[in-house]
Write a protein that binds this ligand. Sequence first.
Ligand SMILES: NC(=O)c1ccc[n+]([C@@H]2O[C@H](COP(=O)([O-])OP(=O)(O)OC[C@H]3O[C@@H](n4cnc5c(N)ncnc54)[C@H](OP(=O)(O)O)[C@@H]3O)[C@@H](O)[C@H]2O)c1
Length: 275
Amino acid sequence: MEKLSGKTALVTGSTDGVGRLVARKLGQAGARVLVHGRDAERGARVVADIEASGGAADFLSALAEVRRLADAAQATVDRLDILINNAGIGTAGPRQTSAEGFELRFAVNYLAGFLLTLLLLPLIKNSAPARIVNVSSAGQQPIDFGDVMLTRGYSGTRAYCQSKLAQIMFTIDLGALLEGTGVTVTCLHPATYMDTSMVRRAGVRPLSTVEVGARAILNLATSPTVEGQTGLYFNGLHEAKAQAQAHDLDARRQLQALSLELTGLSAQGVAALER
Ligand SMILES: NC(=O)c1ccc[n+]([C@@H]2O[C@H](COP(=O)([O-])OP(=O)(O)OC[C@H]3O[C@@H](n4cnc5c(N)ncnc54)[C@H](OP(=O)(O)O)[C@@H]3O)[C@@H](O)[C@H]2O)c1
């Protein structure tokens, strides 16, 4: 892997699964890593691992509020070269809602990364060349704009798959908006049924390892072979075609407007994009 001395990376959801391995690898390569998760003890262990391999890391707890996470990141580092929006909830379990009343998978898997990215964009742009990687999935389902919060016909799989397509739609839009800034944004399906808590919780037999998924994520986050590539979806190491709604401009516009409204970002978010 590339040497990353002097670089700073934030990996959301890096207390477990593929995010934990990605954080460790970035630390081993010399990056200063902001480890993020809900469990302070496991967070401290990831930080200790990175420090033991000669790297530097800080733990940012998964503050219920994304805005506080963005503030904490900005208070801890003065540059951000790599942002990996990886935290996510799988398909298992009943419909749940966030504190704001949003369907939880939409809120955690997509909306949180949308908001975090826009809040951190000025810092990321100032660190250019910089990269944003959204960890999505091959499991994608069109968004029903008549019932985005899935109050009818709910299933965990449907909720997961629409949140993952939303990440891809955001990636395509943000890639276009960041053209010429030196900041690229890509998204990917890291690997199929990696052996992680999310997959085990769904009762699915793992088919691949976190090593395979981490390699694909790190490829987009650090490899010179994808330098300059932006607004794209990858399956593992290769560019791939996302579900058709991702290429529907009207649907993307609708999602963007809704996301700005739900995050209360309207004016500020658009300004961040235009700056
Ligand atoms: N596993 C696969 O085969 C697969 C396939 C395609 C895509 N993906 C994507 O890869 C990413 C990582 O998945 P994984 O399999 O590594 O899952 P995982 O082992 O369950 O880890 C998920 C991470 O996200 C964090 N997280 C979960 N809910 C959260 C919340 N409400 N707020 C903040 N953080 C939260 C978890 O924190 P805790 O440690 O506190 O639980 C953990 O650090 C996800 O975006 C997933 O959709 C995975």
